[in-house]
Design a protein around this ligand. Structure first.
Ligand SMILES: CSCC[C@H](NC=O)C(=O)O
Ligand SMILES: [Zn+2]
Ligand SMILES: [Zn+2]
Length: 414
């Protein structure tokens, strides 16, 4: 049956599978996706580049298999939850009186994965026949970097054989009327800075303590953060266009059975920062700032990157998906959204990281798009929800997009 309530209940079933990191129930999710695919006669294949981490690949063959194909990607894992902070249990997918569906993954991004499938279900039953082959990939581990998921998939022979011409991946909810679309993303630099200094009596004032040294750095980071944030607050730049820095841990002190030793100044202190660097930022000057202001050796400091992703192509140019007429897929997306009387906002840089970078790095255009409007941005938050009417509308949006993409005749040339 294809009434709204069965569509929503299929979404609920996907949401009810607990695929939270660090112990996602991947096989249950894969089984569910495969059974959905079978119900609409899509060819399915499960690739296991790493044991326990299935990539489910579905295929809807086009009538012209020589044309580059369309890949609709989504990740099956979700981030962990703090159960007691949710008003409805995060894996119940409870629908409240106003139609809000509460669940971890309702926005990020089980909605998108199933919307792709529901859109294809409708297109199939309407008799639509794609010219280009449409693939759907359901990949693991996006939330922990995608190394055993999208990264291996994008590097595989299976992927090469698919002859992909365009990838759609996740975007973000929009609090206003316009849907959002993303053409690039910032690079995560996970930075740890360490300070050392002479230990001493808690009552003594002296220079160069580890705590003083790290505090100076934290002050410097804070000034930089505030200046970047001001650019966003004033409307001069969007969130993805500035360098964000957020302190995520702070570690120092000498533990004791009752807490910390109170009259001993520690000899070491450490702080961690989640830094996000836009593709167009001057990386060298940021590196210099880190070495000279945030962790200067002159203040007995060192630093280390726990992760330093660079989203560059083989020529050292940042990988961006074109948003002008040189990229027909962008134009088609805009047109398809318009056709169902909706609008896209200005193209944006995704503020966090997604699997899209692995596809862009191959030189493929990849667009981040999750059709949720008039919706608060709740990914990774407590009480993540998506309204069922929004979910259903999103299916119509994808119907329009998939139809436009799968019917597009011209071969895309880079
Ligand atoms: C680079 S690994 C981390 C990926 C993660 N993605 C979604 O939140 C992020 O923190 O952006
Ligand atoms: Zn996501
Ligand atoms: Zn996420």
């Amino acid at each position: 049956a294809d009434d709204d309530s069965s569509i929503v209940s299929r979404f609920q079933r996907y949401l009810q599978i607990n695929t939270a990191q660090p112990n996602p129930n991947y096989y249950e999710a894969a089984d569910f996706i495969v059974s959905q695919a079978q119900s609409i006669s899509l060819h399915s294949q499960t690739l296991e580049f790493v044991k326990g981490k299935p990539v489910v690949l579905l295929k809807w063959p086009g009538s012209n298999p020589n044309l580059p194909s369309i890949l609709l990607n989504s990740h099956t894992d979700v981030v962990p939850v703090e159960h007691h902070k949710w008003t409805h249990p995060p894996f119940d997918a409870h629908v409240d009186g106003s139609g809000d569906i509460y669940a971890r993954g309702s926005q990020d991004m089980k909605c998108v994965g199933l919307q792709y499938l529901e859109a294809i279900r409708r297109l199939k039953s309407s008799g639509f026949q794609p010219l280009r082959t449409v693939y759907l990939s359901f990949v693991p581990d996006e939330e922990i970097g995608g190394h055993d998921g999208a990264e291996k998939f994008a590097d595989s022979d299976e992927f090469k054989k698919m002859n992909v011409g365009i990838v759609l991946d996740e975007g973000l909810a929009s609090p206003n009327e316009n849907y959002r679309a993303f053409f690039a993303e910032r690079s995560p630099w996970w930075l740890v800075i360490r300070a050392t200094g002479a230990p001493g009596h808690g009552a003594k004032l002296y220079d160069n303590t580890a705590m003083e040294n790290i505090l100076k750095s934290i002050e410097s980071v804070r000034r930089f953060r505030a200046a970047q944030f001001d650019l966003v607050k004033s409307g001069l730049k969007s969130e993805g266009e500035v360098i964000s820095v957020n302190m995520v841990f702070l570690k120092a002190g000498t533990p004791s059975p009752t807490g910390f030793v109170m009259n001993l100044q520690p000899s070491e202190a450490e702080a961690g920062f989640d830094v996000r660097v836009p593709p167009t930022a001057d990386q060298e000057s940021l590196e210099k700032r880190i070495a000279e202001e945030w962790a200067p050796a002159s203040r007995n400091m060192t630093f280390e990157f726990k992760q330093k992703v660079s989203v560059y192509d083989e020529f050292g140019k940042p990988v961006l998906t074109a948003t002008d007429s040189s990229n027909p897929w962008w134009t088609l997306l805009e047109g398809a959204v318009k056709k169902v009387n909706e609008k896209l906002g200005r193209p944006e840089i995704f503020p966090a990281s997604t699997d899209a970078r692995y596809f862009r790095q191959l030189g493929l255009p990849a667009i981040g798009f999750s059709p949720m409007k008039n919706t608060p941005i709740l990914l990774h938050d407590h009480n993540e929800f998506l309204n069922q009417a929004e979910y259903l509308r999103g299916i119509e949006i994808y119907e329009s997009i998939i139809k436009a993409y799968a019917s597009f005749e011209r071969t895309y040339k880079r």
